[in-house]
Design a protein around this ligand. Structure first.
Ligand code: NAD
Length: 525
């Protein structure tokens, strides 16, 4: 597959289209490159019957997959990581073509997929190990907790990280022994299809992973009603719809949603490091990143120096639409995203904010490019201060002290990610504990947190339900079963012993048991 012409070859498009499950001819859903608005290719706009067929096929393949030793499934994940590295150039081309991002941002997606596959191949089995739990009555009862695959996992994914989000959340589901149905975003199906091809090349059995392409509102209900767990990543608004569907069908769900992330720069921070980290933290993927920053609070003493260095560093960023590593910042994904960014900046201007840099389209680079933008004097009730922009726009605001920074950081219904910059990491970690988000980075924007695959990440409040990564990120794809075995006598009324006597005896028994537990070294551990 070569994409140097700025498009995928007809043969590649045709081959990848074959990876979409459908039971009939479907109208085409055209995918366009954000860089040029040229047609990349088309995929079928699947219908509910296609989702039902996908579920049937994946379920038929799942049982045999779950019966294979987990070490074999882990081996498939490792081979997938190898295949992804081998195929990196073409994967980066497809990510850039579909999502319009800078190649370095596409490369981060590749790294994530490889690291996640490697992590779950190595550590996933341990997260699912059977665990002995304390029995109801010491010595007489044993209890063992086990994790079985739920069966079929549905994944509804957005366009902003089309490789990472299509695959990285699926890998633990597969390792746990599940089948999967993936519904990629309308704008970015080819990344998902190519990655699923690589999974098949790595040894994922035929039919275990199904891909349905098409419109979310058409496929959402059939998908949720046909699976045993749904993982949704996308906007909070759509997340509410999907969560309601999951509630209606009593299907377990995890929701990775939007954010309005803030960074706090304390007075003792190293300005250059904070600027370097936050320029990347705000403008990576042209700000279309759930954990990027749209607000920065800087302690007053440092504010003037910070804003001057930050604006200079922002202006030094290069924009570009080529399939190489030349540019720092890529395009917005579509007209709707550009409209949102323009609306937020126009509203900020009307309310008296200062545009320190940016604040304009860059049609000279491509139809959907927007200059990285820094706002100051942004009123607290401005749209860009309250709502997720999901674009290259950040406001910088001075604060009197760390306490005010915490109050303002927490003043949002979202709670996804934050960062704290300080010379004193103990102080930074203590401040992080006061911030109401699922993750906080100290002296880093987000990459170190994201790359800590062993640690769960996700959002609180309007930013989501559930976690990806770590043990939480795989156990959510399992049903927990407890097997409790009574060694001597069932815990049931004993013939000939009156209930009143049994009640008195068990009350004394419970007292003795509590005392025993209090003094038992095992319990104190
Ligand atoms: P979106 O909610 O518009 O779409 C996400 C997915 O949902 C797409 O596949 C879409 O087709 C599907 N969808 C749309 N309507 C649906 C419906 N009624 N039923 C079922 N599915 C439906 O989001 P987007 O614009 O693609 O992505 C941007 C948003 O995603 C931002 O808010 C961003 O913060 C969020 N996001 C969150 C994370 C995270 O990990 N928390 C990661 C990436 C993006």
């Amino acid at each position: 597959m070569k994409a140097s012409s700025g498009s995928l070859s007809e043969r590649t498009v045709e081959r990848l289209r074959e990876g979409v499950t459908r039971v009939d001819d479907r109208p085409p859903l055209v995918v366009r490159s954000p860089f040029t608005d040229e047609r990349v290719g088309a995929v079928p706009a699947c219908q509910p019957a296609d989702v039902a067929a996908a579920a049937e096929r994946a379920r038929a393949a799942q049982e045999a997959w779950a019966a294979r030793p987990i070490e074999e499934r882990a081996g498939v994940l490792q081979r997938f990581a190898d295949r992804a590295i081998e195929a990196r150039e073409e994967l980066l081309d497809v990510v850039q073509l579909e999502a319009g991002k800078a190649r370095l941002d596409a490369h981060v997606e590749l790294l994530d997929v490889v690291l996640t596959a490697d992590y779950y191949a190595r550590r996933g089995p341990t997260h699912l190990d059977a665990a002995r739990r304390a029995g109801g009555i010491p010595l007489l009862t044993t209890a063992v907790e086990r994790h079985d695959p739920v069966g079929l996992v549905g994944l509804i994914e957005p366009w902003n990280y089309p490789l990472t989000l299509a695959i990285s959340d699926m890998l633990p589901a597969l390792l746990a022994g599940n089948g999967a149905i993936l519904k990629p975003a309308e704008a970015t199906p080819f990344c998902a299809l190519r990655a699923v091809e690589l999974l098949t090349e790595a040894g994922v059995p035929e039919d275990l992973v199904q891909v349905v392409t098409g419109e979310g509102p058409t496929l959402g209900e059939p998908l949720v009603s046909n699976v045993d767990h749904v993982t949704f990543t996308g906007s909070t608004e759509t997340g509410r719809t999907v969560a309601a569907l999951a509630g209606e069908h009593l299907v377990d769900a995890s929701m990775e949603l939007g954010g309005k992330n803030a960074a706090v720069v304390l007075g003792d921070a190293d300005i250059s490091q904070a600027v370097r980290g936050l320029v990347h933290g705000c403008f990576a993927n042209a700000g279309q990143l759930c954990i990027s920053f749209e607000r920065i609070y800087v302690e007053e003493g440092l504010y003037d120096d910070f804003i001057s260095e930050f604006v200079d560093a922002t202006e030094a960023l290069t924009l570009g639409a080529s399939l190489d590593f030349a540019a720092d910042v890529g395009s917005l994904i579509g007209q709707h995203q550009l409209d949102t960014v323009e609306d937020h900046v126009a509203d900020a201007r009307e309310r008296g904010a200062t545009v320190e840099t940016g604040g304009r389209r860059r049609e000279d680079v491509g139809p959907l490019f927007y200059a990285p933008t820094v706002l100051t004097d942004l009123p607290e009730d401005a749209t860009a201060a309250c709502e997720e922009t999901f674009g290259p726009v950040v406001s910088v605001t001075p604060v009197a002290d760390a306490d005010e920074a915490v109050v303002r950081t927490n003043d949002t219904p979202y709670g996804l990610h934050a960062s704290v910059w300080t010379d004193d990491t103990d102080r930074g970690e203590a401040l992080a504990r006061r911030i109401e988000t699922g993750s906080v980075s100290v002296n880093d924007a987000f990459l170190g947190m994201w790359a800590a695959t062993d640690a769960p990440m996700g959002g609180v409040g309007d930013s989501g339900i559930g976690r990806r990564h770590g043990g939480d990120g795989i156990r959510k794809y399992t049903e927990t079963q407890t097997v409790a075995t009574q060694r001597v006598h069932p815990l049931a009324p004993v013939d000939g012993v009156p209930n009143r006597v049994a009640a008195v005896a068990t009350t004394y028994g419970i007292r003795a048991l509590r005392r025993l537990r209090r003094f038992s070294p095992l319990e104190r551990e």
